[in-house]
Each structure stands twice: as structure tokens, then as C-alpha cells.
Design a protein around this ligand. Sequence first.
Ligand SMILES: NC(=O)c1ccc[n+]([C@@H]2O[C@H](COP(=O)([O-])OP(=O)(O)OC[C@H]3O[C@@H](n4cnc5c(N)ncnc54)[C@H](OP(=O)(O)O)[C@@H]3O)[C@@H](O)[C@H]2O)c1
Length: 252
Amino acid sequence: MNTTALEQTPPRLPCTLVTGATSGIGRALALQLADAGVPVIALGRNPEALRALAAHSPLVTPCAADLAQIDSLPALAARLVAQHPGLGCLVNNAAIQNDLRLDDARCDSACIRHEVDVNLVAPMVLTQSLLHHLQARGSACIVNLSSGLAHAPKRSAAVYSATKAGLHLFTQALRVQMEGTPVRVVEAVMPLVDTPMTAGRGRGKLPAEQAARQLIAGLRAGQADIRIGKARWLPWLQRWAPGVLARILQRG
Ligand SMILES: NC(=O)c1ccc[n+]([C@@H]2O[C@H](COP(=O)([O-])OP(=O)(O)OC[C@H]3O[C@@H](n4cnc5c(N)ncnc54)[C@H](OP(=O)(O)O)[C@@H]3O)[C@@H](O)[C@H]2O)c1
């Protein structure tokens, strides 16, 4: 779907909170949703990037917040619900990837804890904090950004891989819990996408704009498992060539 087609499609998605909206996939997602008429709450830390997002469209509300401040997240969620009663979609997109072996001198407990907090604990706490509000709506969705590394690890990113595996299983569990409720739980699996997270590595990366466009198309189509680009091969590789998949992903 091209941008023009997106713009012509009536906005069926509700007001959406996108975490990590200041960069990469989250930024592309926030901009495309706003361009399609969807109100967006854009969460991140970088003030300049937040200002630029707000300047792009009046539909973007910037939200400066540090997801590593776990104890502040329930109050943040309550404030957002009060300010945006139409909030009906949470996209847990923000993440960090420390390219560090566990025996690297720079890898310590604080570093591990920070990565787990941002990538896994924050999405869980934000989800829990918004759940009653979302359940009270006619329809709502929670979208978690996942990776092939949830299924086979990257050699230099043990903690990141573990957080994505945790987020994958959390998504599955939440989906079971939300059966019979208006809340749709979506897992969006990304291939290697060209963003600051992957700067300087990999080949054949998908542009972030295309990744965002495919994600929005999947959401609009009502898909529960949205596999973007080459990630569509993941189930096939897991079943028929797990050794090949493991070797590809180990290299990152
Ligand atoms: N790129 C890929 O190839 C790829 C592949 C598979 C999955 N994914 C997943 O896709 C998602 C987006 O990745 P990306 O490549 O677009 O990453 P990115 O360009 O590095 O952007 C990461 C975003 O997370 C935000 N963030 C990081 N720490 C934060 C914190 N403490 N509090 C609030 N926000 C924080 C950053 O915002 P601030 O710096 O402003 O805080 C930034 O907006 C992630 O979940 C990633 O795991 C990406």
C-alpha cells in the first residue's frame, strides 16, 4: 500500500500510544498514523525529536518519558487516559539493544537491568496500567514489537534476545487472557530494518517507512500475527530449517 492509498483510507484505528516514537520504526509509524488521520501520542526521551514530531502534525501529542523509570509508568498511563479518553491502541515499540557479550567488561548488572526494564518490564507495566481502560472500550488493541531473535539468539545480544523471547511469550499469554474481551493482542515481528538500532550492520535492510506501512496494513486487516518483510519466512524456517535460522540470527 502506498502513502496515497493510506491517506485515502478512512482512519479506523483509534488514538494510538506509540512508545519509542522518536526514532526508526516508531517514528515512521507515528508519522504515517498521523498522516492517515489517527491521533498519536508519541512517547520518547529525545526532546528535539519529540518537537519535530509535534511540528509535523497537530494530531501528534508528544510525551516525554523514560520507560526505564518503571515505578512512574502507572501514573503516566493514568494521566494519558485522563487527557486522551479515546486512547484505544498501545504500541510497545521502544527498545534498546546492547551489542555486548556477557563477559565484556562494560556489561554489568545495571546494564542488564536497564535493557530488561526498557524492553520487557516497561511494556508489561504499561499494558497492565492501561488494560482496564482498554477493556472498557468497544474495541482496542495492544501491539508488541517482536523479532526473530525471540526464537533464536544473536551471539552478541543475549539480553536483548531474552527480552524479545519474554515479550513473545507475554504476548501469547495476554492474548489468551484477553479472549472474549474487546482487546486484540498483536505481535508484529520485524526483519532487519534500517534504523539507528541496526546502524553499521547487516545487508538488505527494510526501510523503516516500509516496515511501518506493512504494520499499519496488518493492523487494518485485523491480523493478530503480523510478520513484516522477510520475517514472513520465520515459521517455515523454524519448522523446516531451524539450524539455518539459528546460524543466520546468531550473526545478527
Ligand atoms: N531495527 C530492526 O532491525 C529491528 C528488528 C527486530 C525488531 N525490532 C524492534 O523494533 C522496535 C523499534 O526498533 P528500532 O530499530 O526502530 O529502534 P531505534 O531506532 O533504536 O529506536 C528506539 C526507540 O526506543 C526509544 N527508547 C529507548 N530507550 C527508551 C527509554 N528508556 N524510554 C523511552 N523510550 C526509549 C528511543 O527513544 P529516545 O531515545 O527518544 O528515548 C527510540 O525512539 C524495537 O522494539 C526493536 O526491538 C527492530
